[in-house]
Design a protein around this ligand. Sequence first.
Ligand code: PLP
Length: 466
Amino acid sequence: MDRDAYFEHLRRGIDAVDRWQDRRGPFEADDTLAVPGSRVAEALAELSERLEENYPYGHPRYAGQMMKPPHPIATLAYAIAMQINPNNHALDGGAATSRMEREVVTDLAAMFGFPEQHLGHLTGGGTIANIEALWVARSLHPERAIAASDQAHYTHGRGCDVLGIEFMPIASDTAGRMDLDALEAQLRFGKIGTVVATAGTTGLGTVDPIHEIIPLARQYGARVHVDAAYGGFFMLLARRADPPIVPAPFLAIADADSVVVDPHKHGLQPYGCGSVLFRDPAVGRFYVHDSPYTYFTSRDLHLGEISLECSRAGASAAALWTTLRCLPLAPDTGLGAIVARGRDAALLWSELISEGPYFRLVVEPDLDILALYPTPESSGATTASAISRLVDELFLAAEHDPQSPAFFAKLVVPQRLLAAHGPAIIWDQPTVTVLRSVLMKPEHLSFVPALNDTLVRQLTNIARTM
Ligand SMILES: *Cc1c(COP(=O)(O)O)cnc(C)c1O
C-alpha cells in the first residue's frame, strides 16, 4: 500500500471515530494530558533511534526468526479501533469487536473443517491459547498425563507444570515428527489423557502425522490437541488441487478435539493475536464463573465467559476481521497465496542446497522453515563442535556481508536427527548448532538465490582462512 493511501485511510478512520464520539457533544481534553509538540517530536525521534537496534524483520534479507511486520491493513484497522480501545472481555467493553471476533473465529473454524457448533475465541497469543487447551484437557482427564513430541514447543511442558499435570515427552523420528511407535508404547499404559500433535514445529517446521495420531490416540481413549500456532494457515494449501504440502495431517485437524492457531504468526497480525478452538462446545462448562464486575448489558454469551484471560484488545479482533475481508482464508488467493510463496521459497532453496556441495538440510522441510549446516567436504569441519563453531561464524558473517547481508537464526539439534541421513560427522558432543531460516514473507521467494549466495560466499571465505 503506498504511503499516501495509508495516511489517507488512517485519517478517514480516525475522523470517523471522532465524529462518532462527538455525537455526545464536544469536550476538551484535560490540560494534564497536554504535552508540547516539541517534546512529542523529541521523544518520537528518540524512539525511532532506539528502534534501530532491531533486526530488519520486514526485509526479505531477514530470514531468521518467525517474525515479520503485520499487513498495513491490520495496522490501519488496529490503529483506528484502538482510538476507542475496546476490551473483548465483555460485550459492554467491546460489542462491535466481540462480534467481529465471533465472525473471524467462525472463519478459522471453517478453515479447519470444525463443526458449525464449536467453541473458540481469540487470545493474547499461542502460549495462553495452548495453556487453555491443556487446562480443558486436565478438566476432562484430571488424573492423566499430556503427551507431546520432543520437538513440540516448550510451552506444553511448562504449561503442564503450571497446571500441575504430568507431561510426557514422546521421541521424534529422524524426520523430526512424532514417532508413532514411541507414542503407542506410552499410550499402552493408559496414563495419557491428551496427545498434543504439532502442525509446524517452531524449530524445524515439521508436521506431526496428525492423521495417524488421532486414530491411535482414540484407540487408547485419549484426546488430541493440535498446536498449529505456527503452521495452521498452511491448512489452506491442503485444499488446493495440487497441494505443495502433504495434505493428510492438515485435513485430519478437522477431527481433533482442539486446535490453536496464531494469527500473529502467519495471519499478518500484530502481536497479541492467538486463538483456540474446541470441537465440543460443551467444554464451555469448565469456564463457568460469576464475575460481579462486567456482565450486565446482555444475556448473550460474553467472550470473557469462555476464556482464561480477562482484558483483551478488541483492536486485535478488528485488525484480523478487516484483514480477512481483504485477504480471505482462500486456498489460491488471499492468505493461501501468501503462505504458498513461503512454501515455494523453501522448496526452491532445498533444491539449490541439494544441487551444491556446500550445505545439507537437517530434514526435508514440511513448511517454510529450513535448517541447514555446512558439509564437512566443503568446510573441513568434521566434528559436531567444529560445525557448530563454523555456524556461529557464518551467522555473523552473513549478517555483515558487505555485498548482500542476510539474517538467519541458529538452532541446536540433537545427534539423533542428523545421524540417519547426515554425512559422517564425528560426534564429540551430543548436539550440533545449525542455521535456521524462516521464509515466512512472500518476498522471500525472489530473495532465496541471494540468501543462498551469501551463505556460500561466506562459507568459502571462512573455509579458506581456516
Ligand atoms: C509460537 C508458538 C507457540 C507459542 O505461541 P506465542 O504466540 O509465541 O505465545 C506455541 N507453539 C508453537 C508451535 C509455536 O510456533
